[in-house]
Design a protein around this ligand. Structure first.
Ligand code: SAM
Ligand code: SF4
Length: 351
């Protein structure tokens, strides 16, 4: 009799305990629905595809700095060019703005407009409107352009200069014959004269001025120290000439860059010769391949890791998060190459 009472007592105590446990669990899962999800995983059959997607999502890179090559058309014929005129397509401006808005929502802080020659389409008006939109409407901390400088007019600065943080002009040599040999020219016009003109406008209209140079067979022995120091850009980016299959190498390419390529040692020697320049930023082939987020004229990310430009789907069709998975972008490499620097002119002391 006594033992039956003890057993009944224990059973009652156990069921009360279960009730308390169930109540606590229900209470927690109402407050923290994600825990309910986690507990579901432990009781339900795990869906491997879902797990893979979740893992991928958590690793998605942030497109903090994006290079938008909205046109492939150009007025120059640089023999090593790795973004060639394979199409003449340019998105309608409202579509381009929609894409830029999506990028901003995904964390974009810096946009760089490139090409082709970005000042060519609609004589720079398309570019100007996008620059203004990014600064005024999207309030991006940094809006920049890379250009060959030959199509820029002073009235562009008057209209759009205030919305632009940085203008980078490409110049690979201060010797006009070398520029002609490279193809960095339109007819017989002086590329260096253009560079000097744009440099002055940048001072006048308070736009940070930058220079990009591609080190290749024809300028590798040049000493640019004096000229670069005189021009005093905020940054001098020095690229090792890069070969990309389908762009400047291979069967269907529009350029053949092999004859422009320099070895790692030659590139190092060039850097060594210019080591007195504190604002020089070197970019070897390795650094360039996976540390840039490149958007083409259809707003597709281009993955350069395999030595060619493999496109993702357009962010306008699948969104930024899905497209960026196929960009080949390595956020760590981006940070390692100093991709995040003072990039807003408000934070610079412009002379
Ligand atoms: C493709 S261009 C487009 C913008 C503009 N047309 C210009 O030349 O500045 C963008 C940058 O890439 C650089 N570039 C072009 N071909 C290259 C190559 N094969 N290796 C390294 N940089 C390259 C250019 O010098 C320029 O600074
Ligand atoms: S690198 Fe030369 S050819 Fe290529 S887009 Fe720029 S200016 Fe044009």
């Amino acid at each position: 009799m006594f033992s039956t009472q003890v057993v009944l007592c224990i059973q009652l105590w156990m069921s009360n305990l279960q009730l308390i446990y169930a109540t606590i669990l229900a209470w927690i899962t109402v407050i923290y629905p994600q825990i309910q999800g986690a507990s579901k995983f432990s009781t339900e059959k795990v869906n491997p595809a879902k797990v893979k997607l979740e893992t991928k999502r958590s690793r998605t890179a942030t497109p903090s700095s994006v290079n938008y090559h909205f046109t492939r058309q150009c007025n120059y014929k640089c023999g090593f060019c790795f973004h060639t005129a394979k199409t003449s397509f340019v998105l309608p401006i409202e579509e381009a703005k929609k894409g830029l808005q999506l990028l901003k929502k995904s964390g974009m802080e810096k946009i760089n407009f490139s090409g082709g020659e970005p000042f060519l389409h609609e004589r720079g008006e398309f570019l100007g409107k996008l620059v203004k939109y990014c600064k005024d409407d999207l309030q991006l901390p940094s809006v920049s352009i890379v250009s060959n400088g030959s199509m820029i007019r002073e009235n562009w600065f008057q209209k759009y200069g205030e919305y632009l943080d940085i203008l980078a002009i490409s110049c690979d040599s201060f010797d006009e014959d070398t520029n002609q040999t490279i193809g960095r020219a339109q007819g017989k016009k002086s590329h260096v004269d253009n560079l000097l003109k744009v440099r002055e406008w940048c001072r006048q209209y308070k736009v940070a001025f930058k220079i990009n140079s591609v080190i290749n067979t024809f300028n590798v022995d040049e000493d640019m120290t004096e000229k670069i120091t005189e021009l005093n850009p905020v940054r001098w980016k020095v690229f090792q000439c890069l070969v990309i299959d389908g762009e400047n190498a291979g069967q269907d390419s529009l350029r053949e860059a092999e004859r422009f390529v320099v070895s790692d040692q030659q590139f190092q020697d060039f850097l060594e010769r210019h080591k007195s320049i504190s604002f020089l930023v070197p970019e070897s082939n390795q650094k360039m391949r996976d540390s840039y987020l490149i958007l083409d004229e259809y707003m597709r990310f281009l993955d350069c890791r395999a030595g060619r430009k493999d496109p993702s789907k357009s962010i306008l069709d699948v969104g930024v998060e899905e497209a960026i998975q196929f960009s080949g972008f390595d956020e760590k490499m981006f940070l390692k190459r100093g991709g995040k620097y003072v990039w807003s002119k408000a934070d610079m002391r412009l002379e």
